[in-house]
Design a protein around this ligand. Structure first.
Ligand SMILES: [Zn+2]
Length: 471
């Protein structure tokens, strides 16, 4: 339960906190651009000092290339359950097409425009505002470890390794990640599965050099056609054999978007038939992101290549898919021809239906913040960090999405609507209350939350200064 007076007090400070957020958004913490390294570090320092000024114990843990992980441990009474809250403070490059300066946040018609407004500074900061509200107006009923990453937009290198020592020391009751969007109707979402991801390059080499099609066409093997055959083989044999992601049996059933809704999102692109949302979220898919064959006009080339992106059902192992693909391709190449598959990065999918108590807490919180329950969805995408957290802490994270629907994460004019942001703070305030045990607040009466099935925090669950510099 959340004391109404606490919500009211938090709302009175909203304008000031919005100013804070704008200040943070003005720091161009683009992890993919080496020239922005100092800004990434500056955004980390900003986050560290904001939390430290409000009583959190903060530690900045270096990873490669200076994209530090900022840890903030917010105090709670002894025996309070521990919650891990994940977000990232790095952002995508600005890119072209903005109608305003991407790192000069502006508000137009109740919408905040800036790179990172939704993905993910705005969402992470909503949780931080909620923590501040509890901290200043009573006692936070849960111990919260905020893990803020600075390399999410470049695939989270080094994050897995950084999580390992944390997972040994902390045993959270829940992991909360807000880095997704609300649904088209504006309801907050709970994402219950993600697909896996594999990138690879398919190469065909028939030997020799380019030839004239009039002189040798029909006599030589054409690498473009072999490549086309190889791609169709993967589409028709490999992808169907991967099966589909599981249909969830426990908890709320995820909502499927209709074909019309998906077609609208596809914005003029031809689509592949019926049952589109299931195709996107439960089944594998092969996409060709780039093709290369020939170059000089009229000649038959000797080599061809395709860059492919394979999305995998949640339970499929990417390494196994590479082996299966190579086995299929082995039988394809005509004599004297080499067909090879070079695998790049692979990420396993994730099933993330939180346990019943966490679902109840999330529903209670969304009712308070947004006046409606969350909508359950599956995602066709892949956030590597979510899988890393699930494996490290051994539980299904709560992927609670607050971002503005169609808020242009990664595109121009990234946006966060202020009513949504405000509701996200209220929701987080209520979620912290719902996940906590009985709490004493400055508003009198003890409040009770989810007392049952709460693991005590292991003793020594603190950020020891010995294994990292406290900046
Ligand atoms: Zn993000």
């Amino acid at each position: 339960m959340t004391p109404p007076a606490l919500l009211a007090a938090a709302r009175r400070r909203r304008a000031t906190r919005l100013d804070d957020l704008r200040e943070w958004l003005a720091i161009p913490s683009v992890s993919a651009e080496p020239a922005r390294a100092a800004d990434v570090a500056r955004a980390a320092r900003w986050l560290a000092s904001w939390q430290r000024a409000r009583g959190a114990r903060v530690q900045v843990r270096p990873t490669e290339k200076g994209r530090d992980i900022v840890l903030g441990l917010w105090p709670a009474p002894p025996g309070a359950p521990l919650i891990v809250l994940y977000g990232h403070y790095d952002v995508q490059p600005a890119g072209p097409g903005w109608s305003t300066a991407p790192f000069a946040p502006v508000i137009r018609n109740g919408v905040l425009y800036a790179r990172g407004a939704g993905d993910d500074k705005g969402q992470l900061f909503a949780h931080l505002c909620a923590l501040e509200a509890w901290q200043q107006f009573g006692v936070i009923p849960v111990q919260v470890l905020v893990i803020a990453e600075g390399a999410e937009e470049v695939g989270s290198p080094g994050f897995d390794a950084a999580l390992r020592p944390l997972a040994r020391r902390f045993r959270p009751r829940a992991v909360v990640i807000s880095d997704t969007e609300r649904d088209a109707g504006g309801a907050p979402t709970i994402t219950v599965s993600q697909r896996g991801h594999l990138v690879a390059r398919l190469e065909v080499d028939v030997g020799g050099s380019d030839v004239h099609p009039g002189r040798l066409g029909g006599a030589v093997v054409d690498p473009g056609l072999v490549l086309a055959e190889a791609l169709l083989l993967l589409r028709d044999e490999l992808i169907p054999a991967l099966g589909s992601g599981p249909v969830d049996t426990a908890g709320e059933q995820p909502r499927l978007r209709t074909d019309a809704v998906v077609a609208r999102i596809a914005n003029g692109r031809a689509t592949t038939g019926a049952g589109l949302d299931e195709r996107i979220t439960r089944y594998g898919a092969l996409s060709v992101t780039r093709l290369a064959a020939g170059g000089r006009g009229g000649a038959v080339p000797a080599r061809s290549a395709a860059w492919i992106d394979i999305r995998l059902p949640a339970r499929v192992d990417p390494a196994d898919v590479v082996l299966r693909a190579r086995r299929l391709l082995d039988g394809l190449a005509p004599p004297g021809t080499m067909v090879s598959l070079r695998a790049g990065s692979g990420t396993a999918g994730l099933e993330a239906m939180p346990d019943a108590a966490i679902q109840r807490a999330a529903k209670e919180a969304c009712m308070i913040g947004f006046g409606r329950p969350p909508v359950y969805v599956r995602s066709g995408g892949t956030v590597p960090a979510a899988g890393m957290m699930a494996r490290a802490f051994g539980l299904h994270p709560l992927l609670l999405g607050f971002g503005t629907p169609g808020g242009h994460a990664h595109g121009p004019d990234e946006a966060m609507d202020l009513p949504g942001w405000s509701a996200a703070i209220d929701t987080s305030v209520a979620l912290i209350g719902a996940l906590g045990g009985p709490v004493r607040t400055n508003f009198g009466r003890a409040q009770s939350g989810l007392r049952a099935r709460i693991q005590p925090v292991p003793t020594g669950a603190s950020l020891a200064r010995t294994d990292g510099e406290d900046r």
